[in-house]
Write a protein that binds this ligand. Structure first.
Ligand SMILES: Cc1cc2nc3c(=O)[nH]c(=O)nc-3n(C[C@H](O)[C@H](O)[C@H](O)COP(=O)(O)OP(=O)(O)OC[C@H]3O[C@@H](n4cnc5c(N)ncnc54)[C@H](O)[C@@H]3O)c2cc1C
Length: 338
């Protein structure tokens, strides 16, 4: 078995994933007196909130009648920072093994030993579905977007949005009075988005073209997107549209990626099986949030559920690390923090 040579100093808890679940887990670890390290493949914390819907309001976070996703991330980072966890961003966890009585998480950049591990990796490998046509995909970074994290690049731009799910519809509505013009094309006449959002889209006056798909992108002199050719998939009729940006919203692949090879019991390709304590089949390894499938119940992929699961996982991890510790953490209102 490989040892720990070249490894970082061991911490009590390594948390894989800096989405809302992992961030709250890091805070909770501090509350339990555990030193935590939080690892995320993305360069910034926040998970889906930061990447998929930073500028949308969330209405079902307790105590916040309405809060913008990026503001919730900022507050979660501030709350987690109370206890100075180590942040390792831009590092993807690729391996998990035992060495010298510790768990060891390996990333492309380092070796991170810990007494316990909390996997809060959400939908796992965060990969947008791509069209798979190199002649179109080659424009990514030159006006073609598979992931949109802010609306700034689209100010006063002519934008084509491709897709019929929540992300496509939400960005169309979000950019409506911000971009110069929006065209939304969808290959069917049924949307997968929330019915309320679809109704709003239909009322919005946005240029919507059903049964249309993208056929080609033509660049301007600077090599960036300048024109698209779309076609009606029922009649074959082609239309040229002058556009400055194309947002491809074809959904995201939910896949555990390298986590599948770690010896964890999983539920399909999507979930890690956990019990009511958020324990996986590996002692000392816990899972919480969107990635966790608690036995006997349907997984509820919601922020609030991830928060509660993170607290549960960390409280049990505290007793795994120190068998003398109690599961109940005490009340934070009786502690002096910050
Ligand atoms: C458009 C949209 C709107 C939503 N609106 C709401 C809402 O209003 N209310 C609500 O409650 N929920 C909402 N959700 C769901 C909510 O965003 C998720 O339930 C929540 O993000 C789950 O948090 P998480 O921390 O478990 O996972 P995530 O947010 O997915 O974070 C997981 C993190 O783990 C990282 N990661 C994954 N694999 C690795 C690896 N191998 N190594 C390192 N890092 C890794 C990822 O990069 C990611 O940053 C919405 C989701 C979407 C897509």
């Amino acid at each position: 078995m490989q040892g720990l040579s070249g490894a970082a100093e061991p911490v009590d808890l390594v948390i894989i994933g800096a989405g809302p679940t992992g961030l709250f887990g890091a805070f909770y670890a501090g509350l339990r007196g555990l030193h935590a390290k939080i690892i995320d493949a993305l360069p910034q914390p926040g998970g889906q909130l930061a990447v998929l819907y930073p500028e949308k309001f969330i209405y079902d976070v307790p105590g916040h009648p309405k809060i913008m996703a990026k503001d919730l991330v900022r507050l979660l980072v501030e709350q987690a920072s109370t206890f100075n966890p180590v942040f390792c961003l831009g590092e993807r966890a690729i391996g998990l093994r035992r060495a010298d009585g510790l768990w060891v998480v390996e990333t492309g950049r380092g070796v991170h030993p810990a007494r316990a591990v909390l996997i809060a990796a959400g939908i796992g490998a965060f990969q947008p579905n791509r069209l798979g046509k190199p002649e179109i995909d080659q424009y990514e970074g030159r006006g073609l977007y598979y992931v949109v994290s802010e609306r700034r690049p689209f100010r006063n731009k002519r934008v084509l949005i491709v897709g019929g799910g929540d992300t496509a519809v939400d960005w169309a509505l979000n950019l409506k009075d911000y971009a110069a013009h929006i065209t939304l094309i969808h290959r069917r006449d049924q949307f997968r988005a929330h019915p309320g959002s679809v109704a709003e889209l239909m009322r919005s006056g946005i240029d919507i073209r059903l049964f249309h798909e993208i056929k080609a992108i033509h660049p301007g002199d600077d090599g960036t997107v300048r024109e698209v050719v779309i076609f009606n998939n029922r009649t074959g009729e082609e239309t040229r549209l002058p556009v400055d940006a194309v947002i491809m919203s074809l959904g995201f692949k939910a896949d555990l990626g390298p986590i599948r090879g770690w010896g964890l019991e999983t539920v399909g390709n999507r979930y890690i099986k956990v019990n009511a304590r958020m324990e996986t089949n590996l002692p000392g390894v816990y899972a919480a949030g969107d990635i966790a499938a608690p036995e006997g119940v349907e997984p509820l992929n919601l922020i609030v559920i991830g928060f509660a699961q993170a607290a549960t996982a960390v409280n049990y991890a505290a007793t795994y690390i120190n068998p003398q510790a109690k599961v109940f953490p005490g009340h934070s209102s009786e502690m002096r923090l910050g």
